[in-house]
Structure formats: structure tokens, C-alpha cells
Design a protein around this ligand. Structure first.
Ligand SMILES: Cc1cc2nc3c(=O)[nH]c(=O)nc-3n(C[C@H](O)[C@H](O)[C@H](O)COP(=O)(O)O)c2cc1C
Ligand SMILES: CCCCCCC(=O)C(=O)O
Length: 354
């Protein structure tokens, strides 16, 4: 089967993954309106391309928090990679040949040590969920820092898990041979009824003040994931974070919120260049990446497409996904008249009335 675009990987994953795993990956909250809107919203944005701009030499590299990556697409944190491929997050880390950023989830099925050892030297950030038992979270942060993870990504949009109907229908939980390896010792012997975790293990009482707590634990830059409004963007900057990921968790949390590409505009306006702004949600083509950069994102991250790549052929499949996105991004840039990432700007796009 020739894999030409990301939907080919989606079709493969849907056909070959066990139904419960596919449903978990695909899930959105409630009616899945926000999940679907994340994708539809790109279709309402049109390019205003420029011609005769010498695009014979293309440079698609960029920098995030000072580190160069080969193109402005990274891998968003997603849980349970062994549901897609037996080596799980070790394979994800090994896709580092693409020289981009991988954000490893708290809910990885490999340890942070295994992830680091699988691909020494790769650019990795660590995504943190804050647990009621703060010792668990503190130790995770300290382990990540000691292992050379270069930033901490605090996910702010999951005080409780959104209502994902198919997971409820399927009674989704991790198969017994898969473990949340980074939390194994902490939750030993506990009942594991919620996604393989003890019920109510996450702390829904966290507030902006907990950013200060995190800052007291680590020297790593802190990035907040799950910002959708100008007010929260301003609060994030005031609390001294180094980056913001505009995200609605792939539409898996609050349904009926905005598509991330729509929310990006007000966040970028509010931030006024004080910190880097990234986006995830609905990126399926190189032209989506170009639109997000034109509207002010420094880099975007892919969630489900990375899982589809893993399901296809482990690290090779994930590299295929990234390579296709890279090629499409380079082509879209050239056809829009940009030879370098720094030439991408607001002038390139307009919102259509479709
Ligand atoms: C199966 C799955 C698991 C996820 N697990 C996490 C997670 O552990 N931590 C987190 O911050 N976000 C998690 N997310 C959200 C992603 O980081 C990201 O926001 C979202 O997938 C982006 O949308 P996309 O799938 O359309 O690219 C998960 C998303 C999916 C689809
Ligand atoms: C108890 C929380 C489970 C969350 C699992 C990982 C995640 O973020 C997701 O969206 O799924």
C-alpha cells in the first residue's frame, strides 16, 4: 500500500488496530464537535500566495526555545504508545532521525529512562500531569530533568477526564501486560479503574499558583498546554512561563470549545511576542502547518497522526508520517512564495466566509 498522505495512515490504523485501541485514539468528548472542528477550521482559511520569489533553495528549519529542529512540527504528548506498537514510546523516541521535538507523556508505557536510552541526544520535553500525591509529580519532574529532558510541559486542561463515549462503552483500560511504567511503584496495589490509574489520582484543585510550585522544583523552562483564550495567555505570561501550547487536547476534554487554529489568533495577539506560542490539534497536512505559522505559531505538534504512524510500522512508520508532513510543508511554503520560515507571516492567509 502506497502511503501518500496522513489519512492513509489513519485508514491503516483503523483497519488493523484492535477496536478498543482505535476507539481510544480516535475519541473526542461528547459529540466530538471540537475534535472535528479542529480539522474543519483549516478549510476556512485560504492562502494569498506570492509568485516569482526564488524558491530554488528552501530552508524549513526553525528554533524552539533556542534549539534547532529540522522543520516546525513536533510530536505532541499522547499516552499508552504500546497500544499502537509493542516497543511503544521507545520507538517514538527513535524516530529522532527526523530531528524534531518529542514530548513524552506522563502516561507513557515505557519509563523515562527507557525513552532517553532509546535515542540519546534527541530533543525531548516532558509532559506533566499533577497528581494529588505531589511527591509523585515532584519525583517525575526531577527524574526528567536529570535525564536531560529540556522542558516541562504542564497540561492544564484535564482536571478530570472528558466524557469519551466509546471508551465508556468499551470499558477501556490498559491490557494487563501494559503498565504506566513511570508510575508503577507509586500506585502499586491500588485499584486501577480509570485508564489503568487509581480513580481520582489527578489533582483537580491545581491553580496558577502551582506554576510557582513547579518553578521551585526545576530549572527547566515551563510550557503550559491547553490555553485557548487571551485572558489565560496573559496569566501564563505573568506567571513566568516560557511557552504556551494552544490546545484543546484534540477535542477530548470540553466539547464545543473553539478549534485551536481559531483560538491561536487571540492568543498570539495577547502574548505580543513575549513567549513562544505553539499549537496542536487537527494538523493533517503540510499546508495546515503553514497556516498555523502564518497566524503566529512558532511550531505545531501532532497527536493522533504520530500514533497512526506507530501503528503502521513503529519508528519507521512515524518517520514516514513526519517525512510526508515535511515534504508537504516545504512544497506549500514554496508554492506560497516563501523560501525561509522567517518569510511566513499573517499576509499569507485570510479567513474565508465558507
Ligand atoms: C490517544 C491520545 C492520548 C493523549 N494523551 C495525552 C497525554 O497523555 N497528555 C497530554 O497532555 N495530552 C494528551 N493528548 C492530547 C495531545 O497531546 C494533543 O493535544 C492532541 O492529540 C492534538 O490533536 P491531534 O490528535 O488532532 O493532533 C492525547 C491525545 C490523544 C489522541
Ligand atoms: C486519568 C486520565 C487519563 C488520561 C490519559 C491520557 C490522556 O491525556 C488522554 O487524552 O487520553
Amino acid at each position: 500500500m502506497a502511503m501518500v498522505c496522513l489519512s492513509d495512515f489513519e485508514a491503516y490504523a483503523k483497519k488493523y488496530l484492535p477496536k478498543t485501541a482505535w476507539d481510544y485514539f480516535a475519541a473526542g468528548a461528547d459529540d466530538c464537535n471540537t475534535r472535528d472542528e479542529n480539522i474543519l477550521a483549516y478549510k476556512r482559511i485560504r492562502f494569498q500566495p506570492h509568485v516569482l520569489r526564488d524558491v530554488s533553495m528552501m530552508d524549513i528549519r526553525t528554533k524552539i526555545l533556542g534549539t534547532e529542529i529540522s522543520f516546525p512540527v513536533g510530536i505532541a504528548p499522547t499516552g499508552f504508545h504500546q497500544l499502537a506498537w509493542p516497543d511503544g514510546e521507545k520507538s517514538t523516541a527513535r524516530a529522532k532521525a527526523m530531528n524534531t521535538c518529542y514530548i513524552a507523556s506522563t502516561y507513557s508505557t515505557c519509563t523515562l529512562e527507557e525513552i532517553s536510552a532509546a535515542a540519546p541526544g534527541g530533543l525531548r520535553w516532558f509532559q506533566l500531569y499533577i497528581h494529588r500525591n505531589r511527591t509523585v509529580s515532584r519525583q517525575l519532574v526531577q527524574r526528567a530533568e536529570a535525564l536531560g529532558f529540556q522542558a516541562l510541559v504542564l497540561t492544564a486542561d484535564l482536571p478530570y477526564t472528558g466524557k469519551r463515549r466509546d471508551d465508556i462503552r468499551n470499558g477501556f483500560c490498559l491490557p494487563p501486560h501494559m503498565k504506566l511504567k513511570n508510575l508503577e511503584r507509586d500506585f502499586e496495589g491500588d485499584d486501577r479503574s480509570e485508564y489503568g490509574l487509581p480513580p481520582n489520582s489527578l489533582d483537580p484543585s491545581i491553580t496558577w499558583n502551582d506554576i510557582y510550585w513547579l518553578q521551585s522544583l526545576t530549572h527547566l523552562p515551563i510550557i503550559i498546554k491547553g490555553i485557548l483564550t487571551k485572558e489565560d495567555a496573559e496569566l501564563a505570561v505573568r506567571h513566568g512561563v516560557q511557552g504556551i501550547i494552544v490546545s484543546n487536547h484534540g477535542g477530548r476534554q470540553l466539547d464545543e470549545g473553539p478549534a485551536t487554529i481559531d483560538a491561536l489568533v487571540e492568543v498570539v495577539e495577547a502574548v505580543r511576542g513575549r513567549v513562544e506560542v505553539y499549537l496542536d490539534g487537527g494538523i493533517r497536512k503540510g499546508s495546515d502547518v503553514l497556516k498555523a505559522l502564518a497566524l503566529g505559531a512558532k511550531c505545531v505538534f501532532i497527536g493522533r497522526p504520530a500514533l497512526w504512524g506507530l501503528a503502521y510500522k513503529g519508528e519507521e512508520g512515524l518517520q514516514d508520517v513526519l517525512r510526508i508532513l515535511q515534504d508537504e510543508f516545504r512544497l506549500s511554503m514554496a508554492l506560497a512564495g516563501c523560501a525561509r520560515v522567517s518569510e511566513i507571516g499573517r499576509h499569507l492567509v485570510q479567513f474565508s466566509k465558507l
